[in-house]
Every structure is written in structure tokens, then in C-alpha cells.
Design a protein around this ligand. Structure first.
Ligand code: SF4
Length: 207
């Protein structure tokens, strides 16, 4: 952690969006870049007055706003379905009650929503509410395997359960960001830059 802290840190947590907005943003960010999903989110929010309006909108209206996010037909329907589900279940879009729940209960509540898996649930709890949930994206999954933190046959979903308890709760957020940064900048998918790697001394996959 110390080496990665020097390399990529410091990261101080502050809320990105409220949990319901984060839910929408996370759907938009699936299988696309941050730039594309941020653009789509901005246009969507500028074109509707509220999440209520998005939930009531025609899917085609949502589609028009989120084209830059890719897979926009699938994502538009998913956003509408998810918002309608939350509204029916909670009576509003205020999901702040999740922060009062034990972590596992909050995760399980979110995973009841169709299409929400461990990664999306962890992103919402971690980024929006500051809870010690560890989202495992493609970079973290790859880096963790190479470092031997998880076995070669462990699924990405299962990796959440293994990686999260590896660090103290107060370090989960920055550990997540360190591994993402390391995966993007050094431990790249095709050609990892092991000669530049600050943690190569402890890596069984060093080349
Ligand atoms: S030594 Fe190479 S494979 Fe291991 S973490 Fe560093 S960059 Fe990745």
C-alpha cells in the first residue's frame, strides 16, 4: 500500500453523486470510457428535471440523451426499469438509508435490482456513501490475479468477496483506486511494464 500510495496517492474520499444518480451513472459507464459516460450523464441530467421524469419518460427520449455511452438502447431501458423499481420500492429516489445498514445488507438490497451485480452495488456504496465496499473492475481483476491476491480461476464476482477483506475498511476506497491506476498505467492488459512497477518485488507474475 505504501508504494502505491507514493506512486498514485493520495486519494481522499468525497461523494461523487447521490446514490440514485450514481446508480444511473454506473449503468451508463458499463462497457465504455469515463469520457463517454460522463458526457451521456450530463446530457441526460440536463434534459430532464428529475429522476422521476426519467422514470416516466419514453425509452426513446432517454436513448436520445445517452447515445455517447454506447449500447444506448439497452442502457436506456435499464435506466428506466431501475428507476421505476427504486421508486416503487422506496417511494422516492433517496437511497441514503443504505448507509445506515450493515455493509452486506446494503449490498444485498442493491443486488435485488435486476441487472445490478456486485460491482455496481459496490460502486454505489463506496463512491456515493463512503462505505467500505470494493468494486472490482477489469483492471483490478487482472492486477489482483497477477499479484496472486486471487487465484486464476476465481470469477470477478467472487473476487469482490476475497479482495474487500484484505484491507482495513478505511483503506478500501484508496486500495481500489490504487489498483485501477496501476492497471491502467503500468500493469497493462497486453504488455505489463514490469520494469517500471513499484511493487514488482512482490509479484509472482513479474516479467
Ligand atoms: S510486476 Fe508486472 S505483472 Fe506484476 S504487478 Fe507489476 S506490472 Fe503487473
Amino acid at each position: 500500500m505504501n508504494s502505491l500510495d507514493k506512486e498514485y496517492g493520495p486519494f481522499n474520499w468525497e461523494p461523487r453523486y447521490n446514490p440514485a444518480d450514481e446508480l444511473v451513472f454506473t449503468i451508463l459507464s458499463q462497457h465504455t470510457s469515463d469520457i463517454n459516460s460522463e458526457r451521456a450523464f450530463k446530457i441526460l441530467m440536463e434534459n430532464f428535471d428529475s429522476l422521476n421524469d426519467i422514470a416516466d419518460a419514453e425509452i426513446s427520449q432517454i436513448e436520445k440523451c445517452i447515445k455517447s455511452a454506447g449500447l444506448y438502447r439497452i442502457k436506456a431501458k435499464r435506466i428506466k426499469d431501475v428507476l421505476m423499481w427504486v421508486r416503487a420500492e422506496v417511494g422516492s429516489f433517496d437511497l441514503s438509508f443504505l448507509s445506515e445498514m450493515p455493509l452486506e445488507d446494503a449490498k444485498n438490497w442493491l443486488k435485488r435490482i435486476d441487472g445490478i451485480g456486485p460491482k455496481t452495488a459496490a460502486i454505489i456504496l463506496c463512491f456515493s456513501l463512503g462505505m467500505p465496499a470494493m468494486p472490482v473492475d477489469t483492471h483490478i481483476y487482472r492486477v489482483s490475479k497477477r499479484l496472486g491476491y486471487i487465484g486464476p480461476k476465481v470469477s470477478a464476482d467472487k473476487a469482490h468477496d476475497i479482495l474487500e477483506p484484505m484491507v482495513p475498511p478505511e483503506d478500501v476506497f484508496r486500495f481500489h483506486l490504487y489498483l485501477i491506476n496501476h492497471g491502467r498505467k503500468v500493469c497493462k492488459a497486453l504488455r505489463p511494464l514490469c520494469h517500471q512497477c513499484t511493487i514488482s518485488w512482490g509479484c509472482p507474475s513479474r516479467r
